[in-house]
Design a protein around this ligand. Structure first.
Ligand SMILES: *Cc1c(COP(=O)(O)O)cnc(C)c1O
Length: 357
């Protein structure tokens, strides 16, 4: 049975990215050594980091004055590094889910935190609107895609302070105006690479302003000044990210990623809206994530939940469609590597299940 990968993260990568990375793990650039066995300071590895940085700059059209770093620690470590480095007195956070809440919790260790709005009371099923951001905040933190709830902010907010974004689960899925941000960060394992590397894009002249001493490894300047080579970076995940960046470029860049993301999402959401068994948990159309599509059974069919999971996963190969435990139901994660064939197979499976009931 063919498997379709709808895992939320770690998640699907293009087959050729996996294959090319596997080849280099066996024999890196014909050296007779594995990519896993060489020094990050080997002369053959520096070009990997350089090319990954250059491709990031090209694909996202990162303006001059920003540095891209590849570090460990996951997006969760960035939750603390961001306020450590950027919070001077006051920071504003938009609370759109548990990841946003965790980011906010860390910021409170460093200064005043203003929650500009929250959709917690409705289990984060929408993106709050009509809020204002204090003009004296050092930054506004947003989580552009809420992986668990299936909501997404697909635009830059018009605020009077710089933004900082956790883009872990929609990074490189669409063009972004990087100039609006002081920092963008993303754990790689949703839409960029295998787990183990985290990317941060940082506005360099905003670093070093926070009025506190920062431990060396948590100071972004340690990594921007040493080209991500202060200590041993996650070599294999960085290489895998490079292969994925090459793949994205070959597909036509972020415009192409955006276009196919819209096509995939349209296919799945229209089936959710049409199918008599299901409905989407995010009802406001502009808030619906193109990356994580969440849906549940209608009340009169609620008892079919386990049956649908068994059918979809075990009989039709729809891996990872179980929703996050805090939301329940189902979640189809459709990152860059997800194919139209994959989402059509999911729709066929939903229709088949509907016909049985
Ligand atoms: C998965 C996820 C995180 C946590 O990432 P780690 O790399 O596991 O720390 C943070 N934010 C968002 C939006 C995520 O999807």
């Amino acid at each position: 049975m063919k498997k379709y990968n709808f895992n939320a993260g770690p998640s699907m990568l293009p087959r050729e990215v996996i294959e090319n990375t596997a080849k280099q793990i066996l024999d890196f650039n014909g050296s007779g050594l594995s990519l896993a066995e060489i020094s990050h300071r080997a002369k053959d590895f520096q070009p990997v980091v350089d090319e990954a940085e250059a491709l990031m700059k090209e694909l996202l059209q990162i303006p001059d004055g920003y540095k891209t770093i590849f570090v460990g620690g996951g997006a969760s470590l960035e939750f603390c590094m961001i306020p450590y480095n950027f919070l001077i007195k006051k920071a504003a956070y938009l609370n759109t889910g548990v990841w946003a809440k965790k980011a906010m919790k860390e910021a409170k260790l460093f200064g005043e935190v203003v929650e500009v709005a929250s959709s917690a009371a409705d289990n984060y099923t929408y993106i709050p609107k009509g809020w204002t951001c204090p003009d004296d905040a050092d930054y506004l933190h947003v989580t552009t895609n809420n992986t668990i709830y299936g909501t997404e902010v697909r635009k830059e907010y018009d605020v009077n302070v710089p933004m900082i974004a956790d883009m872990s689960s929609d990074f490189l899925s669409r063009p972004v105006d990087v100039s609006k941000y002081d920092a963008i960060y993303a754990g790689a394992q949703k839409n960029l690479s295998m787990a183990g590397v985290t990317v941060a894009i940082l506005k360099e002249d905003k670093l070093g302003r926070a009025p506190r001493e920062i431990p060396t490894m948590l100071d972004y300047r340690t990594h921007t000044e040493k080209g991500s080579m202060f200590n041993t970076p996650p070599v294999v995940p960085i290489y895998c990210a490079l292969e994925n960046l090459r793949w994205i470029k070959a597909q036509g860049g972020l415009e192409a990623m955006d276009k196919i993301a819209k096509q995939r999402a349209e296919i799945v959401y229209s089936e959710i809206d049409r199918n008599k068994l299901f409905h989407g948990t995010v009802t406001c159309e502009e808030d619906r994530s193109l990356m994580n599509i969440c849906f549940v059974l209608n009340d009169e069919y609620k008892e079919l939940e386990q049956e649908f999971l068994d059918f979809a996963i075990k009989e039709r190969g729809m891996v990872g469609v179980k929703g996050h435990r805090s939301v329940g139901g189902f979640r189809a994660s459709c990152y860059n590597a997800q194919t139209i064939e994959g989402v059509q197979a999911l729709v066929a499976c939903m229709k088949e299940f509907e016909a049985k009931h």
